[in-house]
Write a protein that binds this ligand. Sequence first.
Ligand code: DGY
Length: 325
Amino acid sequence: MKPLVIVTRKLPLEIEKRMKELFQVRLNSDDHLFSREELLTAVNEADILVSTVTEKIDADIIASSGPNLRMIANFGVGVDHIDLKAAAQKMITVTNTPGVLTEDTADMAMALLLSITRRVSEGERMLRSGNWKTWSPTGMLGMRLQDKKLGIIGMGRIGQALAARARAFGLSIHYHNRNRLDDDVEKKLGATYWESLDQMITQMDVISLNCPFTPDTHRIMSKRRLALMQPHSYLVNTARGDVVDEKALIDILQSGAVAGAGLDVYENEPNVNPVFFDLENVVLAPHMGSATEEARYAMGEKVLINVKTFIDGHSPRDRVLAESY
Ligand code: DGY
């Protein structure tokens, strides 16, 4: 009898096809969001759960999982929606899909950065609504990127990939990270390390959040830190909504205490605070940093390999340990 793999969301076709060949699998063909009851049933029946960021697998869900549940193979790199400690206590192996969505997420951060500083979405809204009357010497002025300073919070894979892109646009690279990068990496990226996040924030023209969401980074851009940003500066978030105090961000966007924000992630997804919709100085994307054909296929491949490795009795390469997250 093959182990039962329950997949919470619809995955790329080729991945689902291969899953059917390899495992006894229960797919979600209409891609509906699992209710809490469905999630409880799934963790009770499955040997392996393939989850995504849309399921909150908290301590209660894990506590009520059945004796067969041995693995949660997450389709995605962030695992902040899974209670890793509770999983470890029940000897449930958790894996993720690092490395294969780096470039795509960095592209999205760059796209938001360009879009907000050059007012691309705002211009499109104006044009589509029929309000563009003429070219104007003083209309739709944004901020030039050349020679400006980008401060990256979280200089892991994605932060570094963003740094490489931003350099090509003439931005100087600054970063704050748990650990300072090796000399050669700093040199390659032309990156300046700031031990003090507060000090870095006060000097930057653009701040980009690229850190994982952990207890340490919860609202790392707090109300106090947001207030340290320069009035002409911008915030870009492709990490997780919870790394920013969203209410405080709305306040400073409304008051003009910062110039704007490019956001791909929100505190309470998919329920985006509707106040954002009335603000001209934000670009809003629906959590699509890794949304390319290539990334989603590669993420699926990683899930397949992680699950197969585990079933074959080996330790999957992308195992996430509670203590290192
Ligand atoms: C990730 O991989 O973490 C993406 O944000 C989707 O979960």
